[in-house]
Design a protein around this ligand. Structure first.
Ligand SMILES: *[C@@H]1O[C@H](CO)[C@@H](O)[C@H](O)[C@H]1NC(C)=O
Ligand SMILES: *[C@@H]1O[C@H](CO)[C@@H](O)[C@H](O)[C@H]1NC(C)=O
Ligand SMILES: [Zn+2]
Length: 384
């Protein structure tokens, strides 16, 4: 293990452990760190027993993604800031990466979250891929430079940190959070049924043992509450909400909770159409796209519907590869092609935000509000 010259604090010690794991586990990054630690001592850890190997593996699972974020925060502070928006049920920090060139001027923003559902591992892999690619291509790719110069990306690589951890250590097919309710033996709430939009209606379950359990009340989960608070606070400049799930190969937009057409349907539909076309141009993989309710199924209390209701005009949920052959167990060799094609789709969608938003695309203008009120009079109570 590499150790820094004089580990003066716990953080330094942690970072040196981080360094060790980054170095052995993500060799593709290594050229970024050339000579950064020249003169350091190298201590090699060779686990002698199975218990030691297990302990080492466990440390790795706990640190991996966090290490990487800390490292970026330190070494790429020109384009990245890392901060926490709260704590999970089990006390893990809820980290966000803010990606984009710092500017005093007003910038629109994009929110991206991955891993609302624990077992959908390709999600967190994509969020990390996105950040890595953005940093690597900032200089060489004019489109990426434009995006990072003119937009901020708020990226949450692992939304459901407790569930994600549990899916690594105990149950590969765990989906929900890990919260407990008094007197109930089943743990966890579906973090994509816990939002205050037609909460616990069709497509959600009121039974704590079900995988789509909506929770005891909206935003009962600290992870959902923290993100909802952040999005409410920044809703004026966040113009797109992107959530990454698996699997189905679909690009979905509101509504999830009912069969109806959104007010800015034309703009959203055309953005989805182009994004899916761009995605297909990479490896020929076909995605369906459309309103979540009719394309996938009806579900209430979803983050996407909530983001849209809160005033974010472009709200999408990706269901990444595949269509069920491997399902949640997408093999390692398919991670790269999945990420590459999804990257193009995300770039294509977010490029829309660089143009001046046409009136009919806005979610918050008064004309839209009037139409909205007229055509959706029956659900005013639900929506506002
Ligand atoms: C990221 O770096 C900044 C500036 O160095 C620091 O103030 C901040 O605490 C760091 N964030 C985290 C989560 O460590
Ligand atoms: C988005 O994708 C469409 C369809 O492939 C393409 O025609 C268009 O040029 C792309 N736009 C951007 C900005 O990448
Ligand atoms: Zn999901």
């Amino acid at each position: 293990m590499k150790l820094l010259g004089k580990p003066s604090s716990q953080t330094t010690a942690l970072l040196s452990v981080c360094w060790f794991f980054l170095k052995i586990l993500q060799p593709v990054h290594s050229y970024l760190y050339d000579n950064r630690y020249s003169g350091d001592k190298v201590i090699r850890l060779t686990p002698k027993t199975e218990e030691e190997a297990y302990a080492l593996k466990k440390i790795y699972h706990n640190l991996q993604i966090q290490c990487w974020m800390h490292h970026l925060n330190k070494t790429r502070s020109d384009l990245i800031q890392m901060f926490s928006i709260g704590k999970s049920y089990e006390g893990r920090a809820l980290f966000i990466l803010k990606l984009g060139r710092k500017s005093q001027a007003y910038k629109r923003a994009v929110w991206m979250d991955c891993g609302i559902h624990a077992r959908e591992w390709i999600g967190p892999a994509f969020c990390q891929w996105f950040v890595r690619e953005a940093l690597l291509t900032y200089r060489s790719d004019p489109a990426m430079r434009k995006l990072l110069n003119h937009l901020y990306f708020y990226i949450m690589p692992v939304f459901n940190v407790d569930g994600y951890h549990f899916s690594w250590t105990h149950d590969r097919f765990w989906r929900k959070t890990r919260s407990r309710s008094p007197g109930i033996h089943c743990r966890g709430v579906d973090a994509n049924r816990n939002w205050k939009v037609k909460w616990c209606g069709e497509g959600a379950s009121g039974h704590p043992c079900d995988d789509t359990y909506c929770g005891p009340f909206p935003e009962s989960e600290p992870e959902v509450k923290a993100v909802a608070k952040f999005l409410r606070k920044h809703r004026k400049h966040i113009k797109a909400y992107l959530s990454f799930h698996a699997y189905a190969q679909m690009l979905l937009y509101p509504y999830s909770y009912k069969h109806a057409t959104i007010p800015n349907f034309g703009c959203v539909e055309s953005a989805a159409h182009k994004a899916v076309k761009a995605l297909r141009s990479v490896h020929g993989v076909r995605y369906k796209y459309g309103p979540a309710s009719s394309t996938l199924y009806v579900s209430s209390g979803s983050s996407m519907d909530w983001a849209y209701k809160t005033g974010i005009p472009y709200a999408f949920a990706f269901e990444l590869r595949d269509t069920g052959h491997f399902g949640f167990l997408l093999p390692e060799m398919l991670i790269r092609p999945t990420c590459t094609e999804t990257m193009l789709a995300v770039k294509n969608i977010t490029m829309h935000l660089l143009k001046k938003c046409p009136k009919e695309c806005r979610r918050d203008n008064s004309a839209t509000k009037q139409n909205w009120a007229k055509s959706h009079i029956a659900e005013v109570e639900i929506m506002f």
